[in-house]
Design a protein around this ligand. Structure first.
Ligand SMILES: Cc1ncc(COP(=O)(O)O)c(C=O)c1O
Length: 285
């Protein structure tokens, strides 16, 4: 089960594995919130055609920029536990929180706070990467996955699968180490580290605010608050004639819009159809 809109890594991985993609839709009217009623709907519908095994959550969201509330995370954990789904928590944007009142809660932390009934049985994998946050070290290729409660026989197979892919380059491993063990108060580089981290994060927060404000001033564009992550995903209203022209050219209407924007202004954006969106709505990231 994957969110729509989603980061296309997930649809691509499912396709590569020959697995069935089960879509659950984020609620654009409620700032792209995840709604457990929608998860239930998606699961029920999917059970008529496959055996759903895993629920993937992206928090903070790409491309939608929403940050889940603690209450929502608890509800998702309860849902996954009740339905015996393996929970995959993609938390690579955990340092990128911008909106007042938004806070990052890891699924692992909430799971353990919910007590042993959940924390001793729910299968959970959570992910982090050095390419996001304030680090932005995309080229080094490093990250980690933490696994909880996985069946030991399955985990042994997973270790084998991961091992045959060998390891990332040494520099990538060094950056992972630096990310999980940042300078501590009293260390020689602590002050500089904190200062640089704050400069990067406050510049990103300013850009999040600026994109939301600027888009909402443009007629025909509606942008939800960018609560976290590194993207805004505004909705665009396209005139019927533009939609017709796009179809005549064999293009998705939002792709048509993105091309026109690129040709006329040099601004390059990504069409919403690459991430998935509700039928008849158009977006870009
Ligand atoms: C939600 C999400 N998960 C995972 C990744 C993959 O990160 P990496 O390329 O650092 O492995 C990305 C990258 O954009 C992402 O947006």
């Amino acid at each position: 089960m994957i969110p729509i809109p989603q980061y296309p890594l997930y649809s691509a991985a499912l396709s590569e594995l020959g697995a069935v993609q089960v879509n659950y839709y984020l609620d654009e009217e409620r700032q792209w919130a995840l709604n457990v009623t929608e998860l239930r709907r998606a699961l029920k519908e999917a059970r008529t055609r496959c055996q759903p095994r895993a629920l993937c959550i992206i928090n903070p969201g790409n491309p939608t920029g929403q940050v889940q509330s603690r209450k929502c995370i608890e509800e998702v954990i309860h849902f996954a536990w009740e339905e015996k789904l393996f929970l995959l928590a993609d938390e690579v944007y955990q340092d990128n929180i911008w909106a007042k009142g938004s806070q990052f809660h890891s699924f692992k932390k909430v799971l353990f706070e919910m007590g042993p009934k959940y924390s001793e049985s729910l299968e959970l994998a959570s992910f982090h990467s050095i390419s996001k946050g304030f680090m932005g070290e995309c080229g080094f290729r490093g990250g980690y996955m933490e696994i909880i409660n996985m069946d030991p026989a399955v985990q042994q197979q997973l270790t084998k699968l991961v091992s045959v892919r060998l390891c990332p380059p040494v520099l990538g491993q060094i950056v992972v180490d630096a990310v999980v063990n940042p300078p501590q108060p009293g260390d020689p580089s602590y002050q500089q580290f904190i200062q640089e981290k704050q400069v990067v994060l406050s510049a990103l927060a300013e850009k999040a605010r600026l994109t939301e404000e600027t888009f909402n001033r443009a007629p025909g564009i509606h942008c939800n608050p960018v609560q976290g992550a590194m993207y805004s995903f505004p909705r665009i209203e396209l005139p019927a004639r533009a939609v017709q022209e796009a179809k005549a050219q064999g293009l998705a209407p939002d792709m048509f819009f993105c091309r026109k924007l690129l040709e006329e202004t040099g601004i390059c954006i990504v069409p919403g159809s690459g991430f998935g969106q509700r039928e008849g709505t158009y977006h870009f990231r």
